[in-house]
Write a protein of this length. Structure first.
Length: 362
């Protein structure tokens, strides 16, 4: 049963290493859905509804410490319908967002994701700058990004759009598909291997749930028309949930994001601009700012037309934005450092870095 949900030797080893000593009844389970404070989990003997233990709640420092869809947890069964969650196994990847509003809290969108499908539709939703931001999220999360351009039936220029995205997403696969006209599924099948976890992310109305239904050849998730005037979605999907596809892959459907605001990233964000980083290696000065310096390879690339100036502008913007947020966070940390220190039983996520995106679900 657990193998169906992605359990493997690596997780078995993580389980042995992190298993709580004081609870003999604990067993591994995967979180497949989240409804505010209640989780749906799947363990060897089937599905249960679960809450975290009082101790877990007491020791959790942030919302990011709480279980998220995709997590492997240590659970204790109460009866054939209920269970409690004792702890979360260290995450191999985690996509996080800033909780809406003024707080500095993070929330996990999905964890232990192998591939992140960044979904953009080939209507007014199509937006290279938006894709760039989602790519930063993906690179920071530790999941491999794949750009999926949906609704290919709505344009004559799908191939052109694919090459535009390829130009801003070095090394990232880009595929145009249409669920409506059943085009391009074969391009996605290679990712849908048994036990692989894939999450879909993108704005509301881009066709994420339609993609899930199409790939599973069933009406699993509700889908709904978009506002015709501006192609904006109606926020049909309201919670994150993991589904098993017929071929054995696991797909996490998520609610559409409204706004993407970066708020914290390590160096990983530069992978989203690896083309510029590579060009910069050819600049005469190591600390070249690519502004007015002599021998600047980046500026030369713009003159030769091999780099879109808009992309460089966006690179600068992202850099400035992250620097500003880092300063802000530092100030908050300094304020917090006077508060009491609690010890956490929750292993911190072992993703390569963390990027947090502020977004809200309407
Ligand atoms: N023309 C066309 N329309 C599509 C395609 N895929 C999805 N749609 C339509 O787009 C609308 C939104 O689809 P959903 O699957 O609900 O979008 P979503 O991304 O899940 O939206 P949220 O759950 O709100 O985040 C629906 O009316 C779908 O029928 C496609 O390939 N072609
Ligand atoms: Mg949906
Ligand atoms: Zn330079």
């Amino acid at each position: 049963m657990l193998f169906v949900y992605g359990w493997n030797e690596r997780w078995q080893a993580a389980w042995e290493a992190n298993r709580p000593v004081n609870t003999t009844a604990a067993q591994p389970a995967r979180v497949t859905a989240q409804y505010s404070h209640t989780y749906k989990i799947v363990c060897e003997s089937g599905e249960r509804l679960a809450n975290v233990t009082g101790k877990f709640e007491h020791l959790a420092l942030t919302r990011g410490d709480f279980p998220a869809v995709g997590d492997w947890v240590s659970a204790e069964l109460l009866d054939d319908r209920h269970a409690v969650i004792h702890s979360v196994l260290p995450r191999q990847s985690a996509m996080t967002r800033k909780v809406a509003g003024q707080t500095n809290e993070e929330q996990i969108i999905a964890s232990n994701v192998d591939e992140l499908f960044i979904v953009n539709a080939l209507n007014q939703d199509f937006n290279l700058r938006k894709i760039e931001r989602y790519l930063i999220l993906a690179w920071e999360s530790g999941a491999r990004p794949v750009v999926v351009l949906t609704k290919a039936d709505l344009t004559e220029e799908a191939d052109l759009r694919v090459s535009e995205v390829e130009a801003i997403a070095p090394g990232v696969p880009v595929h145009a598909v249409s669920a409506l006209t059943n085009q391009g599924m074969e391009k996605l099948l290679p990712y849908l291997l048994p036990g692989q976890t894939i999450a879909v992310t993108g704005s509301s109305g881009t066709g994420k749930s339609t993609l899930l239904n199409w790939l599973s050849d069933a009406n699993i998730q509700r889908v709904q028309g978009i506002r015709e005037e501006d192609a904006r979605g109606r926020h049909t999907t309201t919670h994150r949930e993991l589904f098993v596809l017929p071929g054995g892959a696991l797909l996490v459907d998520t609610p559409g994001m409204r706004e993407l605001q970066l708020w914290d990233a390590d160096e990983g964000w530069k992978e989203a601009f690896s083309d510029i980083e590579e060009m910069a290696a050819g600049c005469r000065f190591r600390d070249c700012r690519h502004e007015r310096e002599a021998g600047c390879a980046v500026k030369a690339a713009i003159q030769q037309g091999t780099l879109d100036p808009k992309r460089l502008v966006n690179y600068f913007k992202t850099e400035r934005e992250l620097a500003r947020l880092a300063r802000k966070e530092k100030r908050t940390e300094q304020r917090k450092s006077v508060s009491a220190v609690k010890s956490s039983p929750h292993p911190r996520k072992s993703a390569r870095g963390k990027v947090r995106l502020a977004e809200e679900e309407e």
